[in-house]
Design a binder for this molecule. Structure first.
Ligand code: G3P
Ligand code: MG
Length: 348
């Protein structure tokens, strides 16, 4: 009991902690559900521990990804529990609502639909540009993929590109790098123009550029990690540097960027009740982030003041029992079930 004002009140020791799951390399690998995933989620459910999913993946609306994941794992996942790499990019709508935004990445028009759902009104994709201007990407393989698209998707191909947003991994690097570069070296996003050499080397980049994550690699069924959006960005940076002598300017979202963690905290506040102490002040909550990528999941969690649990089922390749040399996690465990058991042993 503790004295509070003129009276004493019971201080109930409360288990006040939440768990944040990474997805690829922790719960699933490509089409496979990793062993331990269902047991880990079941343990949290039976102990009434609120949890969310924070992934650098994307390419679908949160509601569609939640449905896809629920079916795959066999556990109901609400879109309210799910943060994709591009979810915090909704905040860009207020600035770019009236601008023509080139949305890059993903299959077909999936990312166009995500951007529309967030509220962007004028959207164009590299595929749409290629469909109207086949010579944009003249290699035969690319040309073969240039398919006519419905007229409703082609309204913005003649408008200058006023921003570029990469929402997901590119499925056609040659085409997408070419079209993005076309916009970046153009005069104010007009794809029919190009700056002079002198202008390219002396004037500032006029088309703002955004990436939804910085991962160099991710983990699927292949024994070694695969290229991710950061590798694609590295190519773009190198080509831009060679063409202009200048450093490519861009903004990145996703883990480990703090804006993404602030967004995650607002999501946690919505799904997990805030516990208040006797003075009405919110109690400090412990958040455990479980991830496989030290540079994204562990670096981001550590920097934001969360506890971090690194699993050995994904990108992280330990030689022995050691922790990561640059971004050591609070603890390292074999898989997601061990991670949840470790968290529960600390808290309950
Ligand atoms: O960067 C690729 C992405 O698929 C990684 O996803 O769930 O490991 O953050 P995740
Ligand atoms: Mg991962």
């Amino acid at each position: 009991r503790q004295l509070h004002g003129n009276s004493t009140v019971d201080i109930i020791p409360e288990k006040h902690f939440n768990v944040v799951f990474d997805i690829d390399g922790v719960l699933i690998k490509g089409k496979e559900v990793l062993p331990g995933t269902r047991a880990a989620l079941g343990l949290l459910k039976s102990n009434n521990v609120p949890y969310i999913f924070l992934t650098n993946g994307g390419g679908l609306k949160e509601i569609d990804k939640a449905e896809q994941l629920s079916k795959k794992i066999g556990v109901h996942i609400s879109p309210r529990q799910l943060i994709l790499s591009h979810s915090p990019m909704r905040e860009l709508v207020s600035t770019f609502e009236d601008k023509n935004v080139m949305v890059v990445g993903g299959n077909g028009s999936d990312c166009r639909h995500v951007a529309q759902y967030y509220g962007f009104k004028h959207i164009v994709t590299p595929e749409e540009i290629h469909s109207v201007f086949p010579y944009v990407c003249p290699s035969s393989a690319c040309e073969a993929r240039s398919v006519p698209l419905a007229e409703k998707y082609l309204q913005n191909v003649h408008r200058p590109v006023e921003a570029i947003m990469v929402f997901h991994d590119s499925v056609d690097w040659g085409r997408d790098l070419q079209v993005m570069l076309d916009a970046l070296v153009s005069r104010d996003g007009d794809l029919n123009t190009v700056k002079t050499q002198a202008e390219l080397h002396t004037t500032k980049q006029t088309v703002p550029l955004f990436f939804s994550n910085s991962d160099l690699v991710w983990s699927n069924e292949h024994p070694n990690p695969r290229f991710a959006q950061g590798t694609f960005r590295t190519c773009l940076e190198r080509i831009f540097k060679d063409m202009t002598g200048q450093k490519l300017e861009y903004t990145v979202y996703g883990k480990p960027v703090s804006a993404t963690y602030q967004y995650a905290e607002t999501v946690l506040n919505k799904i997990a009740p805030i516990h208040r102490g006797p003075n009405g002040m919110p109690r400090r909550r412990t958040v455990y982030a479980i991830g496989d990528n030290p540079y994204a999941d562990i670096a981001g969690a550590n920097a934001y003041g969360w506890e971090s649990v690194l699993v050995r089922t994904g990108v992280f390749r330990p030689e022995g029992d050691e922790n990561h040399h640059m971004h050591p996690a609070t603890t390292v465990v074999n898989d997601v079930e061990d991670a949840v058991r470790w968290i529960l042993s600390k808290e309950i």
